[in-house]
Write a protein that binds this ligand. Structure first.
Ligand SMILES: Cc1cc2nc3c(=O)[nH]c(=O)nc-3n(C[C@H](O)[C@H](O)[C@H](O)COP(=O)(O)O)c2cc1C
Length: 210
């Protein structure tokens, strides 16, 4: 049943991406497939050896780049790491040892500065982009949802704001100065089948005001 739902969600996702913004209508079936995909995603930390295909990786990257960003700046860069030696080099101590097992890592990085138009004809200026992490997080979640829709699994692992993690990732992957890795997404074919967590808490909702 889960496979059928995943396949339906994958189909809906692929069609949605290919139609781009030409057709905004959505049927009840496709809406429920998308909602089911969101509700059933859960972190996967155990993976089989089966690699991801190029087409699967491209689908995941397209999902990431479909996310919204502040002023549509798209500050993101995505580093796809499949080489087992490089993946293992990103493991530090006993933290996130799944990098060595997951056949594909996607490191979502952001340009921490942006170049904004100068006012009144002034030259464009480079300044801190306070939105880079939010933008990259939206891309990361899109990738995790797309992976789930394709019958794959994945987990978000923290990089920024932990210097011990992001400095290692920056060094090993040659990431430039003004670019920060936000997360390392570990992705692959699930070798575990955990139940999605029930996070619905009506007491978290405030109507009209707190
Ligand atoms: C900002 C952030 C950092 C996280 N860091 C890690 C991590 O370093 N290692 C890990 O195994 N999971 C990490 N996770 C995954 C969470 O543990 C997981 O999403 C959470 O327990 C909820 O479970 P679910 O994804 O199955 O809904 C992180 C998730 C987020 C959003």
């Amino acid at each position: 049943m889960k496979t059928v739902i995943n396949a339906a969600a994958a189909l809906v996702f692929a069609v949605t991406i290919s139609m781009s913004c030409q057709n905004r209508s959505t049927s009840a079936d496709s809406a429920s497939a998308v909602l089911e995909n969101i509700a059933t995603r859960t972190s996967i930390r155990q993976f089989t050896d089966t690699p991801l295909t190029e087409s699967e990786i491209e689908t995941l990257l397209k999902a990431g780049m479909a996310a919204p960003t502040a002023i549509n700046y798209q500050p993101w860069h995505f580093i796809v790491v499949t080489d087992p030696e490089v993946r293992s080099s990103l493991v530090s101590g006993r933290v996130n040892t799944m990098y060595a097992q997951a056949p594909c890592l996607i490191v979502v990085c952001g340009e921490v500065n942006w170049i904004r138009r100068g006012r009144d004809g002034e030259e464009p200026v480079e300044m801190e982009n306070g939105n880079w992490a939010v933008d990259c997080a939206l891309a990361g979640e899109n990738i995790l949802l797309a992976a789930h829709a394709l019958g794959l699994g994945g987990v978000w692992t923290a990089c920024y704001p932990y210097p011990d993690r992001y400095e290692l990732v920056k060094e090993k992957l040659g990431i430039p100065d003004k670019v920060m890795p936000l997360t390392v997404l570990a992705l692959g074919h699930p070798a575990e089948n955990p139940e999605p967590k029930d996070k619905w808490k009506p007491e978290k909702i405030h109507n009209e005001r707190w």
